[in-house]
Design a protein around this ligand. Sequence first.
Ligand code: SAH
Ligand code: SF4
Ligand code: F3S
Length: 579
Amino acid sequence: MPLPVYLETFGCQMNELDSELVTSQLRTLGYRFTPDADAAQVVLFNTCSVRELAEQKVWSRLGELAIRKVRQPALVVGVLGCMAEREGEALLKRMPVVDILVGPGELDKLPGLLDNAVRTRLSLAHDAPVVPAELEQIPTALKKSLVSAGQSALQGNTTRRSSTLAAAADSLEMLDLSRATAPEDHHGSAYVRITRGCNKFCTYCVVPYTRGAEVHRPPEHILDECKRLADAGVIEITLLGQTVNHYRFEHASAVSINGIVQPQKGRIYKANEELADAYAGERVTTFADLLKRIHDEVPAIKRLRFVTSYPRSFGNDVLQVIRESPRICRYLHVPAQSGSNRMLQAMNRGYTVEQYLEFLDRARQFLHQPEINRPLTLAGDIIVGFPGETEEDHEATKTLLRKARYKNCFIFKYSPRPGTTAYDKLADDVPDEVKRRRNNELLALQQQISDEVGKEIIGRTLQVFVQGISKRQAKVKSRAAGSGKVALTIGGRSAEMAGDHAPEQGGACSVNGSHITTEIAGDENGRNQPEIAQFEARTDGDLIVHFDAPAAESDHLVGSIIDISIQSVNGLSLTGRRA
Ligand code: SAH
Ligand code: SF4
Ligand code: F3S
């Protein structure tokens, strides 16, 4: 009987992808996944450390599991991801309920650790006497037997040592390469990692510490993965990287171990591994080259997106490829973080407000082609209440929002993260009520801007990519009042919150791979009436569009690109009708 596993994911798209890879890895080893945490024998949390709130959620869930484990000693608890890496062994001390700890750079080690932990827990459970329900009634000796020995796989401070990086990246690369591509695993849409880690060290951010050094995956592997996903029915791919536009692979320094091209960090492999003859002397693959290759070589991918863009070094070569490629989305998530140069400097972002706005203008001009109805839309991130932020800095951020005119912007209250430069060197001196007020002011301003951006589109006809039946607003209408019963079931992973890097905030909704089954309705004269379903689609610029169409057309509509004339706007979603 396969062991039931419950896996819950916190954090960004990187984590969602990691969870998908872990799921397919464990499935092949005979584990089965359950959506019901209470029914699971293995509970895994894939965690995020980017803000304190993200970690608090996990601490409280672990507290609940500690109580449950008293009654269910065979329960295995695992903490994966950024929080495991950031907290390290201290997490095991604070929460002895945790059996395994696996950082994002060591996920390939999960099966071995899990297998060990399952055996240990089962043997402990077998020996343990029947325990009373209340924790406080349990004798200390027994409590100790319920506590785990806690095993971990963490990169720790080896993450930035080049000698260990090659080997670690090698096995991680295998994890990406071995991903499952069955239709039930992707529902038409998939993430593909192009770069791991981050080298930017923005002063507030834990990511360079939890995800390690920037490593670019070989383009051949990325292309192979895209092709395999496309062959399996994927039609939308989102490329992932913390500074995705900085992708760069130097072929001449690539090496091959056992036939696998290694992910690359500069030339660090040269010293300790063989050079790959196949790539010697070849050129560099830039982000623009990579985008073009995926677009041209995998035409079955109808929508190609990428997140998250870094405002600096975003070349015209990338904009040119977007302009020339009908299947690359005209959407940039390009966080500014602040509208004040003083704050940007303290954050170590490496650009000024003027340079940021110059980039937005450049991108808009490059992609301004009214004749093809594919306007560029932008999304951003802002941190409010960074140390030293004054009212003047805050006003400057409002000015930036007005100029940037994002379709949506994620606004976060600064959260000091242990281990970061800002935590060590800058006092968290903006009181929480001030952060909250500034946060609310920016949210209100952005709401107004989002409404305006939406209203500008009313009356226009846009090409939209039909993703499926809208789940949240699923409805079936029969044209004749009082007609027979209509049943609509929607399958697939749908209407999920997909806030870009915004675990605590709602973002855009996406509907993927829905299928419908209908009971055919009849009117009082026994004639069949076509059922109308609400479909969900997305523009190039990642705006959500709802429109009604006969449910029976679902087969040819879903996955296609059609023209929709936009009628109205409601929050972040537009409503339209087929043009
Ligand atoms: N690599 C991306 C961001 C990844 S983290 C980039 O540079 O744009 C996602 C977002 O979380 C960041 O854009 C930032 O707005 C926010 N964030 C990161 N650390 C934070 C902190 N300590 N407090 C509040 N927000 C933070
Ligand atoms: Fe964090 Fe900055 Fe790297 Fe983004 S670029 S992940 S904010 S350090
Ligand atoms: Fe969180 Fe790690 Fe992503 S800290 S935002 S899960 S990279």
